[in-house]
Design a protein around this ligand. Structure first.
Ligand SMILES: C[S@@+](CC[C@H](N)C(=O)[O-])C[C@H]1O[C@@H](n2cnc3c(N)ncnc32)[C@H](O)[C@@H]1O
Length: 242
């Protein structure tokens, strides 16, 4: 949740009225103090689940922000971890947080719009955390094709997906309300700020990944527990470039 050291309400309001890129530039210095940064618990569960699928040589963190996922890559990849994001502010924070260690894997930062990823066959592993809400459904095929192209044959694209809240639950209505408010904001205000919670359904995403040329599976993130019906609270999508 938000803390006293985190962004103030007026700061958040200005950020929400900016473009996605500018909004994150403004938020960058305090981003790690917000609930938008991926939690260490989720990062740890992802790292442990991916570890047996390695070793990996080079890894790419798609929409790296301040480098939460790049830290996972630095643990899993032997040669190089690269974070890509279009916010210069977020990349600046990431660079300071992950300078790299002597003898450890190289660290690199690339400023680019991930809808047009500038890589070809360069990575064994790509990860992404907490960013898919920034893409309209129609943009996903291009994004997935770009990640596929960035991977070597047999490379893995992995990202966590939470179980959708039960219809009618408090969490369900909270996310529904957030998305509705965002649609109103985007109908009334320019530039748009694309961030929707309910536009990333796992069955559709699996189909889109398969269409882009991935063999898709999921692994339960057991450390995050199970729901009452026994299903995992969070799964890791593991899509292998065929
Ligand atoms: C919620 S933050 C997540 C950051 C980090 N992955 C984490 O989990 O803490 C979303 C990030 O996606 C980036 N982003 C959104 N749309 C993007 C795009 N089209 N190209 C590159 N980066 C983008 C933003 O700049 C921001 O750093």
């Amino acid at each position: 949740m938000f803390t006293a050291q985190g962004p103030t309400l007026p700061e958040l309001a200005v950020q929400a009225l900016s473009s996605v890129e500018r909004g994150y530039d403004l938020l960058a210095p305090k981003f790690d103090l917000t609930p938008f940064r991926t939690s260490d618990r989720l990062l740890e569960a992802t790292a442990r689940t991916l570890e047996p699928l390695g070793p990996f040589g080079e890894g790419l963190d798609v929409c790296c922000g301040t480098g939460a996922g790049t830290g996972v890559l630095l643990r899993l990849c032997e040669r190089r971890a690269v974070g890509v994001d279009f916010s210069a502010g977020m990349l600046g924070e990431a660079r300071s947080a992950h300078p790299g260690a002597p003898g450890g894997p190289e660290v690199g930062w690339v400023r680019a719009d991930v809808r047009r990823l500038p890589f070809a066959g360069a990575f064994d592993l790509a990860v992404s955390f907490g960013a898919f809400g920034h893409f309209l459904p129609g943009e996903r095929p291009g994004l997935f094709a770009g990640v596929r192209a960035a991977l070597r044959p047999g490379g893995l694209f992995a990202f966590p997906v939470g179980a959708p809240p039960r219809v009618g639950s408090r969490a369900y209505w909270t996310l529904w309300g957030f998305d509705a408010a965002m649609r109103v904001r985007n109908a009334l205000w320019r530039p748009p700020f694309v961030m929707y919670y309910r536009t990333f359904p796992l069955p559709g995403v699996r189909r889109e990944l398969a269409d882009a040329g991935f063999e898709v599976g999921t692994l339960p993130l057991e450390e995050l527990g199970r729901r009452e019906d026994g299903s995992p609270r969070c799964r890791l999508v593991v899509a292998r470039r065929t």
